[in-house]
Write a protein that binds this ligand. Structure first.
Ligand code: PMP
Length: 353
């Protein structure tokens, strides 16, 4: 969906890397995260300052091959290494469908998926995943277990102004971000963690070292260039050529798509969507409603399996059971290219009982 924006930016984000550059494993041996490219780290900090969505002062940054790698690195770093049984990993349903499978795929002795956080009553330590705004339903989330001995992991992949009002700079122990959702460059496979605790940052770095001996420098350099192109207009660098800013473009695109989707849902009468309370956004300096990256659609009229029902109407979605809830819900991506999105809302609006 953001492809159009980056096409308009032309050569602003073109990167040329000669064959002799970025050959070493190492980027900055004085940093805990020794494979973190300094220019990438600089642009991450700068973008968070421009947007005001996360505290970075006095924090450690760990880069990963997508935030997916950092999710596993975080589980490794947060799990007690001397426990007699794996620590429980929980999240409030509906939760991101990859968490259970990523957590249990290697049957680790360190951590184990324990499902829905709201039913979790086991004594002792646990890791709670807090995804805010949430994938799949777009809601603002806080921890729900609320016991001591809980370790929180915040996945803030969607805490960007095109998706949700920015209320304040997030300031949690461990926060995950990714270019996949911020600028749309999922294929670059770059994510970053902002970490308060030095030992946790060291262990996460160790995980990435054992897993992939660092993170592609080519990708970090490219990511730095893209983040720089997002921040520059807000700091009036290169004023001569400022077109539409990235967050203006992405905000307006999301707002337009949500308007079209709500119209289609109303026209059909077969579905419902969550309602989101408006809130003040410190980035845009105005009150607005959330515009999530996914639509959490509910089939009404006693349709029990919404995914199968929609597949029959040539609409591909992911059913509720993948997210820890019932089959009357499905998740639909709001981030496809224009032509596919328009085709989707057209098909949806004409579905009748
Ligand atoms: N967390 C959430 C909540 C996501 O939705 C996604 C992508 N679907 C990820 C993490 C993984 O993103 P990445 O491409 O950075 O690995």
């Amino acid at each position: 969906m953001y492809e159009k924006y980056w096409q308009q930016m032309g050569d602003k984000t073109t990167v040329v890397i000669p064959g002799w550059q970025y050959m070493s494993y190492f980027s900055d041996i004085s940093n805990i995260c020794w494979f973190l490219e300094p220019e990438f780290a600089k642009q991450v900090v700068r973008l968070h300052k421009v947007v005001g969505n996360a505290v970075t002062d006095g924090r450690h940054i760990v880069v990963g091959t997508g935030s997916s790698q950092l999710y596993l690195a975080a589980l490794f770093a947060l799990s007690p290494s001397d426990a007699s049984e794996p620590i429980s990993v929980v999240s409030q349903a509906p939760y991101y469908s990859s968490y259970p499978s990523m957590t249990d795929c290697l049957k680790s002795g360190l951590y184990k998926w324990a499902g829905e956080a709201q039913n979790f009553s086991k004594e002792g330590p646990y890791i709670e995943l807090v995804t805010s705004p949430n994938n799949p339903d777009g809601t603002a989330r806080h921890s729900v277990v609320n016991r001591n001995k809980g370790i929180l992991l915040h996945d803030l992949a969607y805490y960007w102004p095109q998706y949700t009002p920015i209320s304040s700079p997030a300031d949690h122990e461990l926060m995950l971000f990714t270019v996949s959702k911020s600028t749309g460059h999922a294929g670059m496979r770059i994510g970053w963690a902002i970490v308060k605790d030095k030992e946790v940052a060291k262990r996460m770095t160790k995980f990435v070292e054992l897993n992939t001996i660092g993170v592609s420098k080519d990708s970090q350099i490219r990511a730095a260039k893209v983040l720089k192109a997002v921040s520059d207009p807000y700091e009036h660098v290169d004023d001569s050529e400022v077109g539409e800013t990235f967050f203006d473009f992405s905000y307006h695109s999301m707002a337009e798509r949500w308007k079209l989707l709500r119209e289609a849902v109303e026209h059909s009468g077969m579905f419902s969507l969550p309602k989101f309370p408006p809130a003040f956004c410190t980035f845009f300096n105005q009150v607005s409603e959330p515009r999530p990256a996914f639509a959490w659609l509910k089939c009404e009229n006693d349709i029990e399996d919404c995914e199968t029902f929609l597949r029959g109407h040539k609409i591909l979605t992911r059913g509720g059971k993948h997210f820890g809830v019932g089959p009357m819900y499905v998740r639909v991506s709001m981030l496809d290219r224009d032509e596919n999105f328009i085709r989707f809302v057209k098909r949806l609006s004409t579905i009748r009982v």
